[in-house]
Design a protein around this ligand. Structure first.
Ligand SMILES: O=P(O)(O)OC[C@H]1O[C@H](OP(=O)(O)OP(=O)(O)O)[C@H](O)[C@@H]1O
Ligand SMILES: Nc1ncnc2[nH]cnc12
Length: 171
């Protein structure tokens, strides 16, 4: 996975002083590296009966939609509050740098759905944990959470101890 790391750029003090931001735009801008990342994200789940991919706004949409396409299943957007037009289920959570809420359409998932959650990065795990709870609140099952990047020093994996976590590169 060293090839992926060569396309992830460090931006110090973004969006706030003290945060070392992992910028994935070089990775998604390079076709071979993007393809590698998408295939590595979905590989463990090819035979897992995934029925839908949940992508977390905004960077999770990039990878999630491509993973859904490759798995041949639908893509379910988990969006920041106020963005989805139909009836929503909401959940609030803490970020490494602030707080936010996520929403999903109430008719987007249900019992019988086995969901692969996809995001670019696992930091504190607040976003992913909230996403798991949001999916479960709609009656669906979380098959696993898949990330391109995991920031090991923030211990997000511990907050996701009830779930399978798959990450491609670690810092
Ligand atoms: O593990 P956590 O501490 O919860 O942080 C991880 C989340 O933070 C980033 O998104 P951000 O909220 O910055 O939104 P964006 O993708 O719209 O930039 C990242 O894409 C994850 O979704
Ligand atoms: N350090 C970081 N880089 C990029 N996205 C993030 N989301 C939360 N922490 C982040």
């Amino acid at each position: 996975m060293e090839r992926l790391k060569t396309k992830i750029r460090d931006i110090p003090d973004f969006p706030k002083p003290g945060v070392l931001f992992k910028d994935i735009t070089p990775l998604v801008g390079d076709p071979a590296t993007l393809r590698l990342a998408v295939h590595q994200l979905l590989h463990p789940f090819l035979e897992q009966g995934i029925t839908a991919v949940g992508g977390i706004e905004a960077r999770g949409f990039i990878f999630g939609a491509l993973v859904a396409w490759e798995l041949g299943v639908g893509f379910i957007p988990l969006r920041k509050s106020g963005k989805l037009p139909y009836e929503v289920r909401s959940i609030s959570y803490q970020l490494e740098y602030g707080s936010a809420s996520l929403e999903a359409h109430t008719d987007s998932l249900g019992p019988g759905d086995n969901v692969l959650l996809v995001d670019d990065l696992l930091a504190t795990g607040g976003t992913a944990k909230a996403s798991c709870e949001l999916v479960e609140s709609l009656g669906a099952t979380v098959a696993a959470c898949a990330f391109v990047i995991e920031l090991d020093f923030l211990h997000g994996r511990e907050r996701l101890s009830d779930y399978t976590v798959h990450s491609l590169v670690h810092y």
